[in-house]
Design a protein around this ligand. Sequence first.
Ligand code: CA
Length: 695
Amino acid sequence: MKQQILAACAAFALTLLSGAASAATVVDDASLGKLDQGGNWLGYGRNYTEQRYSPLEQINAKNVSKLGVAWTLDLPNDRSLTATPLVVDGVMYFNGSYNVVHAVDVRTHKEIWTYDPKTIEHAGDRATIMWDWNRGIAFWKGHVFIATVDGRLISVDAKTGQPAWSVETIDPKNPLFISGAPRVFRDKVIIGNGGTEWGPARGYVTAYDTATGKMAWRFYTVPGNPADGFEDETQAMAAKTWTGEWWKHGGGGTVWHGITYDPEFNRVYIGTGNGSPWNQKMRSPGGGDNLFLCSVVALDADTGKYVWHYQTTPGEAWDYNSNMDIVLTDLKIDGKPVKALLHAPKNGFFYVIDRSTGKLLSAEKFGKVDWAEYIDIKTGRPVERKGARYEDGEELVWPGPFGVHNWPAMSFNPDTGLAYIPSIEMAGMFSDKYTKPKAWESPSFKFDPGVDFLREDGPADWGAAFLRAWDPITQKLRWEVKLPGVWNAGTLTTRGNLVMEGRADGVLVAYAADTGKSLWEMPLGLGISAPPITYEVDGKQYIAQLVGWGGSMTATGGSLSAQHGWAYGAQPRRLVVFELDGKAKLPPMPPKAFAKPLAAPEFTVYAELAKRGSHVWSQSCGMCHGPAGTAGGYAPDLRASPVLLDEKALHAIVFDGALKERGMPQFKNISKDDLEAVRHFIRREARKQNLTPQG
Ligand code: CA
């Protein structure tokens, strides 16, 4: 009897405890579907709309000039920081380099736990195609979900930082990797991958059960080999838009970024990638639209079955993927309410789509574009310019492969009705005059998109950048601000009439959302590549910004990126949090640093070897160390490195993996002769007139 009473008392005490705990936020469909999240930032794009709009307005256009530093957290083990942090009940969660997840108490500014999924170790030889950055994590019912660069999806207990389950989402034999954030809905977590430039890639997304990691469904974005039989009638339908033996090169269409869940229709919209390879002459030699490349595809969230698609770039040939943000809102167009989907992909057109049907409502250029004249609204198809497909072997086309808008986040403010787009103006020279399309073969863990790319560095003013405020109803530019360089970060917008964006030159800026007037700015000592977020705790609003130069342009931008002075390892990485009247000091900021190429006159350069080295470089080295050896800050500038002058040291690093743990992979697929050719190539480049302005 006594025991029973004790047990009853214990049960009652537990009820009380869980009663107290029920004040805690449950991150599920209800909370992710709401605009008001109780001061939290619960999902990648904040809530299901992916608008990155916060209703907080304590910090606003009238008082933002008083914004100051509240606290900082140094992140000495991190390099690239591109992620959107989440905030759940006073704890901030974010992922840094190589998917290490940090949980930080925003009241004490101390780390509660970190979780290291040992990405480099797990990736093994596959590390040659991977980078150290990832754009975000998901949160669902007490668990954090991370997708690792090497392709795992892991559920981590948000309280303890201990893994609950882990699944492989890609075949490790395939040259695929993950840089994107998973999304969650209805007890499912969904993830895609990237890697179309490194081998034959067939794109897909997979949804898993959040509790167990069991696969729920998978959708392929391009059809496989007809001889193997199609998965369903959707794949058979898509196959009619392909020619030749496309499956040999995989097709492409990887889903590496934009995924949006729409609770109103219980659908998932996925943004699909470019072709594998980019060059349609190899991929689908008889032409065709090549579904579902460069599209927004709507899928049933419960089954993964196809509902509708809209293809932005039929038969793509320029890396114009449609992986960019997919933002949901309600608009009034010609007096009629519309369930709208907003999408500003690489190809430079801003699309407004009726998401109930997938019908295109309008599409206009939001930057410099000349691959197509316009989008025919009746057919929904682009009217292309003659020559744009480099039919004759070479053509300068706007935009280039980086697009008019890349993954840095677009936000949408329902108060101003404007979308805020970090945009790029940059042409690309597309050439296949030295490649024979018929003889071309897919690479294997080497960069080769079937078009000459990244062989040369360009001048520092090759591209330009703007923050553009775009009106989706009138399809007109409302305001724009010129930005430094080309690689500026994603945006945040708030009910306080603010837009905030970090820049390539390391300055965080607040603008009036309605007019674009600059209201406040602060240099943070390093190029910013992550979007800011805002949260409220104990009744006070804060802005949080991860500071750590990262993303593809920091690796492949050459002088465009090197001009900012964020040389590899020169500046510390950190989290900076702001408040009104914040008085904390930023830790010291080391000066800008620029690579000083070594001429090394004792080294004799053989022209033939240097030429061969250029090819090896663009396939195996340039994607991290930069075009023609000009590093943008992601990896060391090898023109300035004494290691290239020391054959033994170089072999130890490249062949034996001496710096593996620091992220420099071991290369088993480069020959000694090829590496020697690289030494000649780099020395040749080091002696060229340096295009990078010296600070
Ligand atoms: Ca691509």
